[in-house]
Design a protein around this ligand. Structure first.
Ligand code: URA
Length: 212
């Protein structure tokens, strides 16, 4: 599995403010949105394109357009929704599917509570949005779901990742037939006993949307 930690001063700057406990929800939402667009730029380096020719006012010019079928962007509810606009700004022709997953805080196991995705994902490149790669359980379940429907490859875009989560995904998707990548702004130190990333940024859903 490839893990790409995007090393860029703008990414580091935005992430630092996201981590800061004093950052309020409106600022957090705006910065998360901007950060995702920067991560999406790197995450889509291998997006499939087809060759086309267009006419400039002067002459024909060769170029590319995104290939069909369009990429599928899948935010994991609820916190992944805070990453959707930042992603579709860069990939406006992508389709969007939704996966509702919740982590049982006592067992830390992921459960699916909502799905709105095409039945057949054959040949699709999928981009899963989940701000926090913590234990890896939620993301692995979501990625499994996409491969079961035929996804060609899956890239997970996460604001932050823990080494434990990266190792979990690496193990779960070892072998070449289900290719995955993780693109993140930082690989943090560890998980604490409650499954939170340390130093992390706290509960991403609560910081985006408030405690509900
Ligand atoms: N989910 C979060 O929102 N934060 C963490 O640190 C881990 C999981």
């Amino acid at each position: 599995m490839e893990t790409l930690v995007v090393d860029h001063p703008l990414v580091a700057h935005k992430l630092t403010t996201l981590r800061d406990v004093r950052t309020d929800s409106p600022t957090f939402r705006r910065l998360a949105d901007e950060l995702v667009t920067l991560l999406a730029y790197e995450a889509t380096r291998d997006v499939r394109v087809t060759d086309v020719t267009v006419d400039t006012p002067l002459a024909p010019a060769s170029g590319v357009r995104l290939a069909r079928p369009a990429p599928l962007v899948v935010p994991i509810l609820r916190a992944g929704l805070g990453m959707l606009d930042g992603m579709t700004r860069l990939l406006p022709t992508a389709e969007v599917g939704f996966l509702g997953m919740i982590r049982d805080e006592s067992t830390l196991q992921a459960q699916t509570y909502a799905t709105r995705l095409p039945e057949d994902l054959s040949g699709r490149q999928c981009y899963v949005l989940d701000p926090m790669l913590a234990t890896g359980g939620t993301l692995a379940a979501a990625i499994d779901f996409l491969f079961d429907r035929g996804a060609r490859d899956v890239t997970a875009i996460c604001l932050l990742a823990a080494p434990e989560g990266v190792a979990y995904l690496d193990e779960a998707f070892r072998g070449g037939d289900r290719p995955i990548r993780v693109v993140t702004a930082a690989l943090d130190e560890r998980l604490n006993e409650n499954g939170y990333i340390v130093p992390g940024l706290g509960d991403a859903g609560d910081r985006l949307y408030g405690v509900v």
